[in-house]
Write a protein that binds this ligand. Structure first.
Ligand SMILES: [Zn+2]
Length: 364
């Protein structure tokens, strides 16, 4: 068989394998966050009518197209995400196969699988489960020991150490960024020396939050659905409701006070005198830190810096666009995981080009 035919068959194989793996990743994306086992029930089932899907209706890519995105039994819509994940996985598997020597390509197939699961779960649930992040870290270190070329060395030992260090760097650097972000406004617990007046004023789909002389945007304090901010007040006023000594418990979309809840969408102004501000610690999303650690374990320390940089850049651009277009709903922050994933894939394919360009820039 001549060489082109041989190459072609392998490319088709990579694409089909990617689609099949994508089909499995869909199962992980659906089941991991809701704590269903991946193996039981063994066959896929329709999320609407719970009917098991027979194998001939469960072919990657093809079935979704043939059934036009509907369940054959009950006719309810099957999310486009199923098709998108299969196609994305298939294309990435193909691109990885064409670009890298086979041992590296196989390691990267595993890597992009973890990235896709983490990204799509984060989109929907604002979390990345430990199976993906810690699992990805362990897989990355194991892959680096098996294929030391991933860490640009011949020694398995050196590759393992580099992979481990890059994972640690990923965790620590994002931790520092997050902590610095908090210091920019305040520490986790601030006791005011004297009772300090504050105002919260609705402004379009965000709000100005002013405590004493410090002014901030409300959305800066909320990155996750679970984030909270507690304000211990001597006196407070929510629109025309007045309270004495009270704790205001802010969530990203609502405020709870003395058992009552107000949706922030329906509130125009909150003011009062505060004596203490508290940001509960468990509110921080540790998933992103571990996700970046997993990226480091597979791609090395430069990829950690690049992914963080490229992810933040893309995040800011998209944030700015949604702000300008006016599409931003109340503090609807996009999750950070998908941006990190985007940065990591960019590095995988264009990291070399970027480094050469960067080196050229320094040599000017
Ligand atoms: Zn159904």
């Amino acid at each position: 068989m001549d060489r082109t035919a041989y190459d072609f068959i392998f490319c088709v194989f990579a694409f089909v394998l990617g689609a099949a793996v994508g089909s499995f990743l869909n199962v992980c994306i659906y089941r991991l966050p809701v704590d269903l086992s991946i193996n039981r029930p063994r066959r896929s089932f329709c999320p609407a009518c719970n009917k098991p899907i027979p194998w001939h209706q469960n072919l990657p890519l093809a079935s979704w197209l043939v059934l036009r995105g509907r369940c054959a039994n009950c006719g309810s819509r099957i999310s486009f995400r199923y098709f998108a994940v299969e196609l994305l996985t298939a294309l990435l598997f193909l691109a990885v196969w064409q670009r890298f020597p086979w041992p590296v390509a196989i390691a990267y197939w595993v890597f992009v699988s973890f990235l896709i699961v983490g990204t799509f779960i984060d989109f929907e649930h604002f979390i990345i489960p430990d199976q993906v992040t810690i699992g990805g870290m362990i897989a990355g270190i194991a892959a680096s020991v098996s294929v030391p070329a991933l860490m640009e060395t011949d020694s398995r030992f050196a590759a393992g150490v580099r992979s481990l260090l890059a994972a640690a760097l990923g965790y620590v650097i994002l931790l520092l960024v997050l902590e610095a972000g908090k210091i920019a406004f305040g520490r986790k617990r601030i006791r005011f020396d004297t009772p300090t007046p504050f105002t919260w004023t609705k402004r379009e789909d965000d709000a100005d939050f002013i405590v004493g002389n410090e002014k901030s945007l409300w959305s800066d304090h909320f990155a996750r659905e679970k984030d909270r901010l507690l304000l211990q007040c001597d006196a407070a006023k929510i629109d025309n409701h007045s309270y004495g000594n009270v704790t205001l418990d802010f969530h990203y979309d609502r405020i709870a006070v003395e058992g009552e809840e107000f949706l922030l969408d329906h509130v125009n102004e909150i003011s009062g005198v505060a004596c203490e501000l508290l940001i509960p610690r468990e509110a921080m999303g540790r998933g992103d830190l571990k996700f970046l650690a997993a990226i480091g374990a597979f791609l090395g320390w430069r990829a950690v810096l690049f992914s963080l940089f490229a992810g933040s850049l893309l995040g800011s651009i998209i944030g700015l666009i949604t702000l300008i277009v006016g599409k931003r709903v109340w503090s609807a922050k996009l999750p950070f995981g998908p941006y990190l994933g985007f940065g990591a894939v960019s590095w995988m394919f264009f990291g070399d080009t970027f480094l050469r360009w960067y080196a050229g820039l320094l040599n000017l």
